[in-house]
Design a protein around this ligand. Structure first.
Ligand SMILES: Cc1ncc(COP(=O)(O)O)c(C=O)c1O
Length: 396
C-alpha cells in the first residue's frame, strides 16, 4: 500500500516538475498591502466599512439563524430567508425567478451540465470561462465553439445546427469577458438566436454591479438589463464575489428554469446550501449597489483617467479592446509577462500576469483591474513602472 502511495506521489512530483520546467507552475500568493490592481473588487465593496457594518447588523437582527445551512436546499437547508432573498433578486434583475448557487463556478457547472441534453447543440464563444466549459463537458449535448464575438462564424454554426434539425440549440457567452475585458454584442447575438430559435445564456460575472439600467448604468443589474434584453435571454448568471464584494451566485430567468434547476442541477442538489450569513451578505450588497452610486461614478472616472494616461505614456503598447474595468496589456511569452509583473510587484503594486495555457500562447498578458478606490497617483505610478519595464523589452 505504502509503495503504491509512493509511486503515485512520485508521479505527481514528476508532473509538477514538468510544469515548473515549462514555466507554468502556479503558486498561491497571499494578497498583502500592495496597491490593488488585480482583484475583482471593482467598486471597493469588499473593503467597504459601510457594507461590513450592514452585514454585521443584519447578522445580529437575524437572531433565529443557525450558523450553517445544515443541508442541501432540498433537505434541511431550505429557509424562508433563502426564498425571500431569491424573490428580491428576481425583482432586482427584472425576471420571474432566481436560484442561488454557492458560487459562480457551481452555477455554471449546474446550468451547463443539465440544460443542453443529448441531441441538443451547445455553441459557445471560444473565450468563455472555465466554469462554463467544465459544465458543458458534463453535458451530453453536441458542442461547438465559435470565434470570439464573431457573429458570422456563429451564424454559420447556427445554420449547420438547425440543418441537423435535432433538439434545442443553446448559445453561451459572457457579457464582459473576464480575460480580455471586452463586451459581447448582446443585441446582435439575441437577434441571431431569435432567427434560429436558439436560447441565449449569458454569464454576467464581470458586468454585475458595473452596468445596468439608469442613465449611467448605475443600477448595476448587468449588461442584459442595460440593453433591455431580459426577455430575450433564457438564463443569466450573476456572481457576487466580484463587484458586489461578497460571495455566491444566482441564475435568473423564467420560473420554469428555476424549477428545472432545482430538479436537475447537480451542483445545486448535492451540496450544503449557503449559510444565513452569506445570504444576508448578498442582500446587503444588493442594497449597497442600489444606494451607493458614487462608487460606480468614481470607477468610471478612474477608468477614463487610466485610458487617457495609457494613450499619453504608452502609445505603442498592445492592449485588448476594453471599455470595462478589466484592462489587459499583451506581453507575449510567459517569462516576459512574469518579469514585467514582478517589476510592478517590487514597488508595491499588486499586478498579476496571466500566462498560457490560461490564455493562448502569444496572448500572455498583464491583466489590470481598475477600481473605484484606486487613486490617480497609484495609476500614474503603475504606468511609470510599465514605461520603464517595457522599454527594456524591445519586442513588447
Ligand atoms: C466569467 C466568470 N464566470 C464565473 C466565474 C466563477 O464565479 P465564482 O468566483 O463566484 O465561482 C468567474 C470567476 O472567475 C468568471 O470570471
Amino acid at each position: 500500500m505504502l509503495t503504491l502511495a509512493r509511486s503515485v506521489t512520485h508521479t505527481l512530483s514528476e508532473r509538477l516538475a514538468i510544469y515548473q520546467q515549462e514555466g507554468l507552475l502556479r503558486q498561491l500568493r497571499t494578497a498583502d498591502e500592495s496597491v490593488d490592481f488585480c482583484s475583482n473588487d471593482y467598486l471597493g465593496f469588499a473593503r467597504s466599512a459601510e457594507l461590513k457594518r450592514a452585514i454585521q447588523q443584519a447578522d445580529v437582527n437575524h437572531i433565529t439563524a443557525r450558523t450553517g445551512a445544515t443541508g442541501s436546499r432540498l433537505l434541511a437547508g431550505q429557509t424562508v430567508l433563502a426564498d425571500e432573498i431569491e424573490q428580491e433578486l428576481a425583482r432586482f434583475y427584472g425576471t420571474e425567478s432566481a436560484l442561488i448557487f454557492n458560487s459562480g463556478y457551481d452555477a455554471n457547472i449546474g446550468l451547463f451540465a443539465c440544460l443542453p441534453k443529448a441531441g441538443d447543440t451547445l455553441l459557445t464563444d471560444e473565450l468563455i470561462h472555465a466554469s462554463m466549459i467544465d459544465g458543458a463537458r458534463l453535458s451530453y449535448a453536441t458542442r461547438h465553439r465559435f470565434q470570439h464575438n464573431n457573429l458570422v462564424d456563429l451564424d454559420t454554426k447556427l445554420q449547420a445546427a438547425s440543418l441537423r434539425q435535432s433538439g434545442q440549440i443553446f448559445v453561451a457567452v459572457e457579457s464582459v469577458y473576464s480575460m480580455d475585458g471586452d463586451i459581447a454584442p448582446l443585441r446582435e447575438l439575441a437577434d441571431l438566436c431569435d432567427q434560429y430559435g436558439a436560447a441565449l445564456l449569458v454569464d454576467e460575472a464581470h458586468a454585475t454591479g458595473i452596468y445596468g439600467s439608469g442613465p449611467d448604468g448605475q443600477n448595476g443589474e448587468g449588461l442584459v438589463t442595460a440593453l433591455g434584453l431580459q426577455d430575450r435571454v433564457l438564463a443569466r448568471v450573476h456572481t457576487f464575489g466580484k463587484a458586489l464584494g461578497v460571495h455566491g451566485a444566482v441564475v435568473v430567468g423564467p420560473a420554469v428554469l428555476r424549477n428545472y434547476l432545482i430538479n436537475f442541477a447537480r451542483s445545486f442538489i448535492y451540496t450544503t446550501a449557503l449559510p444565513p450569513h452569506s445570504l444576508l451578505a448578498i442582500r446587503c450588497a444588493h442594497e449597497q449597489v442600489k444606494s451607493n452610486t458614487m462608487a460606480q461614478q468614481q470607477l468610471k472616472t478612474n477608468l477614463t483617467y487610466f485610458q487617457q494616461r495609457v494613450k499619453d505614456l504608452l502609445p505603442g503598447a498592445r492592449w485588448t479592446t476594453s471599455q470595462s474595468p478589466i484592462q489587459c496589456l499583451i506581453i507575449p511569452g510567459n517569462d516576459k509577462a512574469r518579469s514585467v509583473a514582478s517589476a510592478a510587484q517590487r514597488v508595491g503594486l499588486d499586478v498579476r500576469a496571466i500566462l498560457s495555457p490560461t490564455v493562448p500562447v502569444g496572448q500572455e498578458r498583464l491583466r489590470f483591474c481598475i477600481h473605484a478606490f484606486n487613486t490617480t497617483t497609484e495609476i500614474d505610478q503603475l504606468l511609470a513602472v510599465l514605461q520603464i519595464a517595457l522599454s527594456d523589452k524591445p519586442n513588447v
